[in-house]
Ligand binder design. Structure first.
Ligand SMILES: NC(=O)c1ccc[n+]([C@@H]2O[C@H](COP(=O)([O-])OP(=O)(O)OC[C@H]3O[C@@H](n4cnc5c(N)ncnc54)[C@H](OP(=O)(O)O)[C@@H]3O)[C@@H](O)[C@H]2O)c1
Length: 247
């Protein structure tokens, strides 16, 4: 990996991934996308190898704006070898994970789908000119085990679960279409494991029974999965420990 794009670079997992990648390889560069680039804290040395571009998954045309800014720093011929979609939303203003049918809210649903699913598809479409090179490409969507339909024995969290299931379907669809044009490639969904972050913070009490990772541990786990990817993994849903999760 030498040219990596991370969407959701301001998040706990996105930032930990970027920091680890930059620490591990002094020749690696990162393009980071997030709503507010000024919120991203990097060391002086790391800043010189990072390009931050504003991007909001809920804004139509935001992915196209990214293309214009990306072209200015990295021509499509230079290529990207890795894209990690680490943006996601579970709760926020007007948005609380639903416990029952009565809690469903159309606006919250639309917001969850925009950030958790549509944003990924629109970005892959936008950056596809950077995938034309002959090297191996990794497209990774940070999903969630609760997006597995097979695994759902608990219910609730309607907007989050269904938007992550939609993200998984996008991964599966892209894993069929992308290799036709951009071979060799692996497009996968990855469950990062429960991780301390603003997204999981309101649930820390209920998380007590689960194995909870620090963002740095999660970054190491995800990067182990990413570096181990081969074309055989294309179209799979993987857990942070490398095991396969049923769709
Ligand atoms: N933490 C866990 O236990 C856990 C478990 C399973 C799956 N995941 C998944 O892991 C991914 C990363 O989550 P995290 O734990 O690192 O949470 P986080 O710290 O809250 O990060 C969420 C990221 O999503 C971005 N985002 C939110 N709304 C956006 C929008 N409208 N446009 C663009 N970006 C937006 C945030 O950007 P801003 O800084 O601009 O808000 C931030 O970069 C998510 O997809 C999440 O579903 C996490």
């Amino acid at each position: 990996m030498k040219q990596v794009l991370i969407a959701g670079m301001s998040g706990a997992i996105g930032l930990a991934l970027a920091r680890r990648l930059l620490e591990q390889d002094s020749e690696l560069s990162v393009v980071g996308l997030c709503r507010d680039p000024s919120s991203v804290a990097l060391s002086q040395e790391q800043v010189s190898r990072v390009t931050l571009i504003p991007w909001d998954a809920t804004q139509n045309g935001s992915a196209l704006d990214v293309v214009e800014k990306l072209k200015a720093v990295l021509p499509p011929e230079a290529g990207l070898d890795t894209m990690i979609y680490a943006a996601g939303i579970l709760h926020g203003p007007g948005m609380t994970p639903e416990k029952r049918l009565e809690d469903l809210d159309a606006k919250a649903f639309a917001h969850a789908f925009a950030v958790n699913a549509t944003g990924f598809a629109m970005l892959v479409q936008a950056i596809s000119p950077w995938l034309r090179h002959r090297g191996f490409k990794r497209i990774l969507a940070v999903s969630a085990k609760v997006g597995s339909i097979t695994d759902n024995g608990f219910g609730g969290w309607y907007a989050y679960r269904s938007s992550k299931a939609a993200l998984n379907m996008l991964v599966r669809n892209l894993s069929i279409e992308l290799p036709r044009k951009y071979h060799p490639l692996a497009c996968v969904a990855v469950h990062p494991g429960t991780t301390l972050s603003p997204l999981s913070e309101p649930f820390t009490r209920s998380l007590a029974q689960l194995q909870v990772h620090q963002p740095e541990e999660t970054a190491d786990n995800i990067l182990r999965v990413v570096t181990g990817l081969t074309e055989k993994d294309n179209g799979t849903f993987l857990s942070w420990d490398g095991s396969v999760i049923p769709w």
